[in-house]
Design a binder for this molecule. Structure first.
Ligand code: GLU
Length: 501
């Protein structure tokens, strides 16, 4: 059977370096074994998925040189490759499980589930569904459905014993069935959940090796059970260690930029990012530090992946990028790559309409717009906060960061609305809050118009500048304490609606 791997990103946000890392290892494994890698978009969470995110994920992987053999844009024999277009296939499979008695409808209300959960927590038990609807008779089920009661479909899970499966990197993994919840397979709106759709699609797309992040280990028993209930062979599982911040915590945007587009916009070379990701938990047999995707592929051996949490260290990445610039590219190539990046007429044309009023001769252009080419600007405390109290400035910047996380589409009009709303909600005039953000974004008190600058910088660089300003205020002793952040978050949810990314 030909080797087939897949990456299955959910298009719910900006493309993440973790997705690229999984994609790279899946690609290397598939290619090394003469197989294929499939891109499947897991957009079953309709409220959080977006087309923009799907496009951005595909473009950023392409930018990194990661290519798939089948996907929404590359038809193969096993499509459609977007789960939202496979709803009927998933529903048919839910029905098969119901017919075989491996899945059952559950009519429990959110309140009942909450009570069960609290009771279990009080008894220090793992919270899980208590099987209340498992014993409803066929007649009771039909009556409830006829009466229009809402229901979900749950997976039947054994009450005793343990689930045993093999992980290519860990050997035998055993998890007690008591730890495993009666997973919802189909929501009341008829959409499948991740678990059902993932297993059905992996099987129908003939995936032989499921190589994914270790956060999915605890879900694997549910998947193993589904394969068994359907009478299908299980694929081989390999759970890769998650990327970590230098302090060993799980890689997070609070401590490291995690968006692939940040690295593009800040002027990193894509081949350096792929090279660096290839060193995460992995060394080539000859210990080479600099290698291409092809070179990684040629000698790739998944058993060489080490399980110690790989550290994604920005300083190391910058060092590697510098080495590439000096050792791998000629001066001519460096110039060409810089031109491709931002030193080109397309990018300068975006700036000119906003800079023109302020130019007397061309040499004014660089001082005026240099911040748009920077990673992030240097800040100085008194200029940054101006008339603001420093702690209030921290709160306002944090609030703005949450708002910017949600902003889509990213354009001047939306950005302007966001700041107007921010001023209104914070009971301030727009012109009172703008100087602070001029500083955060440009490091200057006079610069190009703020909203246009934020649009030109793009989401990744703009949001990073807010985080950098917060980091700077923290280093000056004006950061938000844990308690302060909690209460700000509560206020924020009340004032702005409840989503915080
Ligand atoms: N959609 C899941 C994710 O976003 C895929 C997990 C898997 O590879 O099974 O990570």
């Amino acid at each position: 059977m030909p080797v087939r791997t897949r990456i299955a990103p959910s298009p719910t946000g900006a493309p993440h370096v973790g997705t690229a890392y999984m994609a790279l290892f899946n690609l290397a494994f598939a290619r090394k074994n003469g197989g294929q890698m499939i891109l499947r978009i897991e957009d079953t969470d309709q409220s959080r998925s977006s087309n923009e995110s799907e496009t951005a994920i595909m473009e950023s992987l392409q930018w990194l040189g990661i290519e798939w053999d089948e996907g929404p844009d590359k038809d193969g024999k096993f499509g459609p490759y977007r789960q939202s277009e496979r709803k009927n296939i998933h529903a048919q499979h839910v029905q098969i499980l119901r017919d075989k008695g491996h899945a059952y409808p559950c009519f429990c209300t959110a309140n009942r589930l909450k009570d069960v959960r609290s009771e279990q927590m009080a008894k220090k038990e793992t919270p899980r569904y208590d099987g209340h609807c498992l014993h409803l008779s066929q007649e009771e089920v039909e009556n409830k459905i006829t009466a229009g009661e809402k229901f979900v479909i749950r997976l039947k899970v054994p009450t005793d014993g343990e689930c045993c499966f093999t992980d290519e990197l860990r050997g035998e993994v055993k998890i007690d069935w008591k730890q495993i919840d009666h997973q919802i397979l189909q929501k009341s709106d008829g959409y499948p959940t991740y678990h059902l759709a993932n297993v059905v699609d992996d099987h129908l797309m003939r995936i032989t090796h499921v190589i994914r992040g270790e956060e999915w280990i605890s879900s694997t028993p549910k998947h193993v059970l589904l394969y068994k209930y359907f009478d299908w062979d299980t694929p081989i599982f390999a759970h890769l260690p998650l990327l970590r911040n230098p302090d060993k915590s799980k890689l997070s945007k609070r401590k490291n930029p995690t968006g692939i587009n940040y690295y593009r916009d800040a002027g990193f070379l894509p081949e350096v990012i792929s090279n660096y990701l290839g060193t995460m938990g992995y060394t080539l047999p000859d210990q080479r530090e600099i290698f291409s995707i092809e070179e990684l592929t040629q000698s790739f051996d998944i058993r060489r992946v080490s399980l110690g949490g790989p550290i994604f260290d920005l300083a190391k990445l910058k060092w590697l990028n510098g080495r590439y610039l000096r050792e791998k590219l000629s001066e001519k190539e460096v110039v060409e790559r810089m031109i491709d990046w931002k030193i080109n007429s397309g990018f300068i044309q975006k700036i000119i309409p906003h800079a023109l009023q302020r130019l007397e001769n061309f040499s004014d252009f660089m001082p005026l717009s240099g911040f748009l080419f920077q990673d992030y600007p240097e800040l100085e405390l008194s200029s940054l906060i101006g008339k603001f109290d420093a702690s209030d400035a921290s709160k306002l910047i944090k609030t703005c960061e949450w708002e910017l996380e949600k902003l889509a589409p990213w354009n001047r009009h939306q950005i302007c609305k966001l700041f107007q709303n921010l001023a209104e909600k914070e009971d301030k005039k727009l012109k009172e809050i703008l100087p602070l953000f001029f500083q955060v974004i440009s490091g200057e008190s006079v610069s190009l118009p703020l909203f246009d600058s934020i649009e030109i910088l793009g989401p990744d660089l703009a949001r990073l500048r807010l985080r950098k300003a917060l980091e700077f205020l923290t280093s000056e002793g004006f950061g938000l304490s844990k308690k302060g952040l909690k209460s700000l978050e509560k206020d924020y949810r009340q004032k702005y609606g409840d989503r915080i990314d």
